[in-house]
Ligand binder design. Structure first.
Ligand code: RNT
Ligand code: ZN
Length: 415
């Protein structure tokens, strides 16, 4: 296939003082935590308990859904093989691999040990999430903030097991495992005692986090949300709730791009939040009118997010996780294209004349800033991307489409 001239492109960037070699090296070192749940529409491998999905909605019935751990791993191996760099897998507790049928509050490392073996074989880090949805003990969309102590305690125990598992993941893989807590708790109609619900949630999380683990093994994160289907009026774990919690208790804060009002600029939040919390977890997603979890495109929202990470020097303390699930297209194509879009956005951010732009702004020369940002858009970013992929032995352009299409054809017969 024709490849455009990298040397000419490198020169075009050099004229702006930009080093494409350094940018490619930086990009190769940025791990992205790919979420397991795009591979099977958030179904998981429990001897299915069912119950409330907690406001998460998956639509579509595209053929090829991974139905077993082996199928999911095969799909993941294919996907990672098309993505340059060493990355991570973000597992949910519902993706256990065992012949036993442990209840959610009986999970232990043995139920997930094969994932660690697999992660080692594939040179991947692991992140983890307790699963507070799709279970009969999610009652009236409430878990950790339920008025019934028995229900709260069940979910506290679940969270505790998951932290122990996550810490072991981090220890085994010598890389901290982010354990992200998201609960669906909320109300369809306007509650009258939001404070009581939030106080219950806070003390439940406090209890869950009471055991401390070595941060070299495990990092706790908390994820806020604005609303979900069936939880329109109030989410107990709102943004303000968890922002305050993370600041006071020293946890990571997870910002999911779908969990705010659709017109809010999530990229804008990073610098502010970074002044008060040590580390951030991102759930890069694409809401469409609501928290719809569409696959991420290389669009303005993602570019803005990547630019903030680079310009505010936040890559060292931000864990980039993805959170989308679309069952109307090939699930492996969604993983590969979505993850590569995140990388493409980072590459563009790494190839912007930061100092030039910051100086213009500092001098209140908004005309310069405007002219520069718009002229940059004509630079041959695609050529650098192709070079990056080629050096990392992953395909681009029509060759990538051919590979994704062929793999999808190979899984189409799954029932
Ligand atoms: C739900 C949250 C949460 C989930 C995953 C599956 O609204 O975004 O992160 O998507 O835990
Ligand atoms: Zn999320």
């Amino acid at each position: 296939m024709t490849r455009l001239d990298y040397d000419a492109a490198r020169e075009a960037f050099a004229e702006w003082g930009l080093d494409t070699e350094a940018a490619m090296t930086s990009l190769a070192g940025i791990p992205i935590s790919m979420h397991c749940w795009q591979g099977d529409d958030v179904v998981g491998f429990e001897a299915s308990e069912g119950g409330s999905a907690g406001g998460i909605q998956i639509t579509g019935n595209y053929p090829g859904r991974a139905r077993t751990v082996a199928e999911l791993r095969a799909d993941l191996e294919f996907a990672y093989g098309k993505i340059a760099g060493n990355h991570r897998l973000n597992l949910h507790a519902s993706y256990l691999d065992t012949d036993e049928k442990p209840a959610r509050d009986e999970l232990d490392y043995s139920h997930f040990a094969s994932w660690v073996d697999w992660a080692k074989e594939n040179d991947l880090g692991l992140d983890f999430n307790p699963t507070f949805f799709a279970h009969p003990r999610v009652h009236e969309n409430l878990t950790l903030s339920h008025p019934d102590k028995g229900i709260r305690d069940f979910w506290i125990r679940h969270g505790q097991c998951c932290r122990a598992i996550a810490a072991r993941f981090g220890q085994e893989l010598s890389s901290p495992c982010v354990d992200n807590i998201w609960v669906p708790d909320g109300y369809k109609d306007t509650p009258v005692d939001r404070l009581a619900a939030r106080e219950r949630l806070e003390s439940a999380i406090d209890e869950m986090l009471a055991t401390s683990y070595d941060p070299a093994h495990m990092l706790d994160a908390v994820e806020s949300k604005l609303f979900g289907i069936g939880i329109e009026a109030c989410t107990v774990g709102s943004h303000e709730f968890y922002l305050g919690y993370a600041i006071r208790k020293g946890t990571l804060l997870c910002l999911d791009m779908g969990h705010f009002h659709p017109t809010e600029n999530i990229a804008d939040k990073l610098s502010s939040v970074s002044m008060s919390v040590k580390e951030i977890l991102l759930h890069v997603s694409r809401p469409m009118r609501w928290d719809s979890d569409h696959v991420i495109l290389l669009n303005d929202d993602i570019l803005a997010m990547a630019q903030e990470l680079v310009f505010s020097d936040l890559l060292g303390r931000t864990h980039i996780g993805l959170d989308f699930f679309d069952a109307t297209i090939s699930r492996t194509a969604a993983w590969v294209i979505g993850t590569r879009n995140m990388q493409k956005a980072l590459l563009r951010a790494l190839l912007m004349p930061q100092e030039m732009l910051k100086t213009a702004e500092q001098e209140l020369d908004f005309t310069q800033r405007f002219m520069i940002t718009e002229q940059l858009k004509d630079l041959p970013y695609g050529v650098i991307w192709d070079e990056f992929c080629s050096r990392n032995n992953v395909p681009t352009s029509k060759a990538l489409i051919a590979d994704l299409t062929a793999y999808q054809a190979s899984v189409v017969s799954r029932g």
